[in-house]
Design a protein. Structure first.
Length: 487
């Protein structure tokens, strides 16, 4: 392979070699012995919205209640009770159709300025640390400083007003705050800044967040972040309770400024994951069809004070003539989850509350398998790799950004823009092998179970998941050779 002097040259070489990489990937699938009947039907995660895992037997069994006549408000009340069983009476819940919708309604209720009243409307701003896939949690305001105005330009399938820019709420800005210790370097075939977060310093980042909040304090209405708990997302430094310190610092900021803190924990689970009560956040939003294993839906959990407004916006807080609950018309009635989704959520939440080992035991074994397989990989690759286990995301994280700490070029890092452009070879190459890929960008790879790698009860099927991990490693070796990293 040609020796590359600069990053952009390495990514150019990879782009020119895509056809050869694909051919080698197909051959590797045969060498690994991936059965023909398995190809295209198994993968590295069942937590992707576009290809979710089949429902577990207990979730499917709960769907049988759909043949019964049940008022939907009653099902919402069941969800509320389960959440209060775990978090206490000071917290409430609101099911919704997707996590993204949950963010949308939460920000509109809590961050955006009011529309009613005489006089001109005022502008408001919310804080968002500069972290991964910010088109979700940081996509609802106009970016400040202006240098970030094009940061989310190419994400998604549709551009312009009907794309991510169309999410922006009325007179709302988002103040993007770089994290201390993070690196924001250009990488990828779709050459773009990527957040490299394993070096995040929580205390120094806290100071930067507070300085920024002080600068914008008069118009500050909220703060948001992800709710993950792994080094690759910048949350590897934790307190004695296992809570990421940076999350607690953002909650402290929110209290001092009397503004709500909304956490996007899409790839997370209630109860056994990041604990909203220990973090001190006001709202946490989940994608229940990802790690929790429910049918496609979202869930908003938060303090009762702020959940009143959110539940009103969804039409579930009670009728105008005085009832405790409802399932009626309101601003966000377009985001109703529906009967089957509510039943599935109830079953998933009960499992998380009463039988968490059903979900945690397979992840513990997955973590061991990933370590075993990576122990056989080339030393250059493994020496710069951090492997972490997350019970919040019910996943194993593989982060390789430290391969760039030496003098030469590290293992190729594909940007999230590569994912949307179809030039993330760690994803498209897996597809050539018959393996449905996972979230793998910004030097970070998430692996979880469920997509042909567990049985109907959620128990791990070791054969298929080993094949998938072996396929990932072989593809990484191929890409490493063509990039010059493993020469």
């Amino acid at each position: 392979m040609a020796e590359n002097k600069y990053k952009y040259q390495m990514y150019g070489e990879l782009q020119r070699s895509i056809g050869k990489i694909y051919e080698e990937a197909k051959e590797a699938a045969d060498e690994i012995g991936i059965p023909t009947e398995l190809r295209g039907k198994f993968g590295l995660t069942g937590a992707i919205s576009g290809c979710p895992a089949p429902l577990r037997a207990d979730i499917l069994a709960a769907a049988k209640r759909s043949t019964q006549v049940i008022p939907l408000a009653q099902l919402v009340e069941e969800i509320r009770e389960i959440v209060k069983d775990v978090y206490g009476d000071g917290y409430d819940a609101a099911p919704i159709n997707t996590c993204e919708a949950g963010l949308w309604v939460s920000y509109d209720c809590l961050f955006s300025p009011p529309l009613q009243g005489r006089g001109d409307n005022y502008r408001a701003r919310y804080l968002a640390p500069y972290e991964r896939h910010m088109h979700h949690q940081a996509g609802y305001g106009r970016p400040f400083p202006a240098k970030y105005k094009d940061l989310l330009a190419d994400r998604g399938a549709t551009a312009g007003e009907m794309g991510f820019y169309g999410k922006r709420l009325n007179n709302l800005d988002v103040v993007i705050v770089p994290l201390a210790g993070a690196k924001y370097e250009n990488h990828g075939i779709k050459y773009w800044p990527v957040p490299l977060l394993t070096g995040v310093d929580p205390e120094a980042s806290q100071q930067e967040l507070f300085r920024t909040a002080n600068r914008h304090g008069e118009v500050l209405t909220g703060i948001t972040s992800l709710g993950y708990d792994t080094p690759g997302y910048g949350y590897g430094v934790k307190d004695e309770d296992g809570i990421p310190k940076l999350l607690k610092y953002m909650a402290q900021l929110a209290r001092e400024y009397n503004i709500p803190y909304v956490i996007d924990n899409a790839w997370g689970v209630p109860f056994i994951g990041t604990d909203i009560t220990k973090v001190g956040a006001d709202v946490m939003v989940y994608s229940m069809d990802k790690a929790s294993g429910s049918a496609t839906s979202g869930l908003i959990i938060g303090k009762e004070e702020v959940m009143t407004t959110i539940r009103r916006a969804l039409g579930i807080h009670g009728d105008r003539w005085g009832t405790l609950s409802s399932y009626g018309k309101a601003a966000y009635v377009t985001n109703d989850p529906g009967k089957d989704a509510l039943l599935a959520q109830i079953a998933a939440l009960k499992a998380l509350r009463d039988r968490p080992e059903v979900l945690t035991r397979p992840i513990a074994r997955l973590y061991e398998i990933v370590q075993e397989e990576f122990a056989q990989a080339p030393a250059l690759l493994t020496e710069g790799t951090i492997i972490s286990k997350s019970y919040n995301s019910l996943a194993v994280e593989i982060n390789y950004e430290s391969t760039w700490k030496g003098k030469g070029l590290g293992f190729p890092i594909f940007s999230i823009e590569d994912m949307y452009a179809g030039s993330n070879i760690l994803q498209t190459g897996l597809s050539q092998m018959g393996i449905i890929p996972t979230i793998a960008y910004d030097g970070n790879i998430f692996i979880s179970l469920g997509l042909g790698t567990t049985d109907g009860d959620g128990e791990l099927l070791e054969g298929p998941i080993r094949k998938a991990i072996k396929g990932l490693l072989r593809l990484m070796e191929i890409v490493g050779r063509y990039s010059g990293f493993l020469d």
